[in-house]
Design a protein around this ligand. Structure first.
Ligand code: ADP
Ligand code: ASP
Ligand code: MG
Length: 420
């Protein structure tokens, strides 16, 4: 069995969905489970809706209208003969979402509310893809991923309950996927009280890997708008070239430091069962793309990873106490509690610095917590994290020229810069 994942860019409009149907038609004789993300930038719009709902700022109806309009536009373009068979499920989901947002209950935990709302992006996209395939005579089974991806209740950052997930996928989903093409959602799961959870932004690649692990799939293919994994993001570095093969090790390092073409959590389940990962272009079916596997040769090019914007935290001890094990334990506990991750970090006798992703709600909160714990906390927004993996220092001079270097770290074959 193969697992495919189509991300937002591959289903961003009607023409793209037709293209996905064309790709799937080439695998008509194989067992395939397809994981689909929300369409285009829909998750960002859902995030706006969560914000408007949570803070009661009266924008919910205009955002809901935009969400409805976006999906309707696609339906109209797909259903050019107006057979209307595409609309039912989508209408029901939109209605459910509208009712949810009219209800002022449940407004205690932002992350919980976030997951209950944002999941609609994936539910809508998969209904549209699945129903469109039916109109094209491609029989398929729409599956609610939340019945199979079982997580803890860490909203917005759900951790997979592997025992339960593996059991239910092997026993319940596998027989279905052996008989029919399956269309399901990435990014979403369910906890033990049946609330929706999400796996973190861009988490659909990871969902595909979880399904593949539990199904003992022969491979995972993530279909992207680029030729495969390149040695830099081609949108930012025009010199980027394709890396035809990558080891699990190299790919996990690249993804971890911000090569956003693969979600960092994707590799671990695949490596555990030696399942190869293909990263291929949905625009060019003839191109081989990149294969990540245990037989790949090690990287022979330098890779450039640019992550921006980032936020630099510089903590220092207010009373000249050393920042040692106890203080660090406190700092990491606060980071974990706020679901924040350090990009890179550096410490001295009385200071500790790190970079992290931008988060409107978390940064101010954790700053207060650090200050309450007796630390000075300086925040610099808008910095960039540049990582050169498998390179040498000399190759980085051009990239850092004219920029302020806040932090520089060199370990083995990797150099990191925090630049302003
Ligand atoms: P999806 O549609 O699955 O969400 P993403 O947008 O998350 O796809 O990933 C594809 C994008 O990743 C590309 O458009 C490219 O700009 C970016 N990218 C970042 N780093 C790399 C890299 N090293 N190689 C290829 N693409 C990269
Ligand atoms: N739709 C989600 C997001 O945009 C998950 C994904 O696309 O992988 O973050
Ligand atoms: Mg994405």
């Amino acid at each position: 069995m193969k697992v495919f994942k189509f991300g937002g860019a591959s289903v961003k409009d009607a023409a793209s969905i037709k293209n996905v149907a064309g790709i799937l038609s080439q695998f008509a004789n194989e067992q395939v489970l397809v994981v689909v993300s929300a369409m285009g930038k829909m998750t960002n719009l859902m995030e706006n809706l969560v914000h408007a709902y949570f803070y009661n700022n009266n924008n919910t109806s205009s955002i809901l209208a935009e969400i409805r309009q976006f999906h309707y536009q696609i339906l109209q373009e797909l259903d050019d003969s107006s057979k209307m068979q595409l609309y039912n499920d989508v209408d029901n989901l939109l209605l459910e979402l509208e009712c949810m947002v009219e209800n002022p209950n449940n407004l205690e935990d932002y992350d919980f509310v976030y997951d209950q709302i944002v999941c609609f992006g994936e539910l809508l996209s998969t209904r549209i893809v699945s129903n469109y395939l039916v109109t094209q005579q491609t029989r398929n089974q729409w599956i609610d991923a939340r019945n199979f991806i079982i997580t803890d209740n860490c909203y917005r950052d759900g951790k997979i309950d592997w025992a339960k997930t593996e059991h239910i996928i092997a026993n319940r989903l596998r027989p279905v996927a052996e008989k029919s093409l399956v269309i399901t959602q990435g990014f979403i799961g369910r906890d033990s009280v049946n609330a929706t959870t999400t796996l973190g932004r861009e988490g659909s690649d990871y969902s595909a890997a979880v399904f593949a692990y539990c199904l003992n799939a022969e491979s995972v293919t993530i279909w992207k708008d680029v030729a495969g994994v390149m040695n830099a993001d081609p949108r930012k570095f025009p010199f980027a070239t394709l890396i035809p093969e990558l080891t699990y090790n190299d790919s996990i390092e690249l993804a971890y430091y911000g090569a956003s073409v693969i979600h960092p959590k994707t590799i671990q389940p695949l490596r555990a069962k030696n399942i190869p990962l293909f990263v291929r272009s949905f625009m060019d079916m003839d191109a081989a793309g990149t294969v990540v596997s245990n037989t790949a040769k090690s990287l022979d090019v330098a890779c450039y990873i640019h992550k921006a914007p980032q936020v630099l935290f510089e903590l220092s001890s207010r009373d000249f106490n050393f920042i040692v094990e106890d203080t660090l334990r406190g700092i990491f506990a606060m980071l974990a509690e706020n679901k924040m991750r350090c990009g890179i970090m550096q410490n001295s006798a009385i200071s500790f610095s790190f970079v992290t992703d931008v988060s409107e709600t978390r940064i101010a909160k954790i700053k207060g917590q650090f200050e309450n714990a007796g630390l000075n906390c300086k925040i610099t927004e808008g910095v960039e994290l540049l990582t050169v993996y498998n390179g040498v220092l000399a190759q980085t001079e051009k990239l850092t020229a004219g920029k302020q270097i806040y932090m520089q770290q060199s370990t083995g074959n990797t150099v990191h810069f925090v630049l302003g």
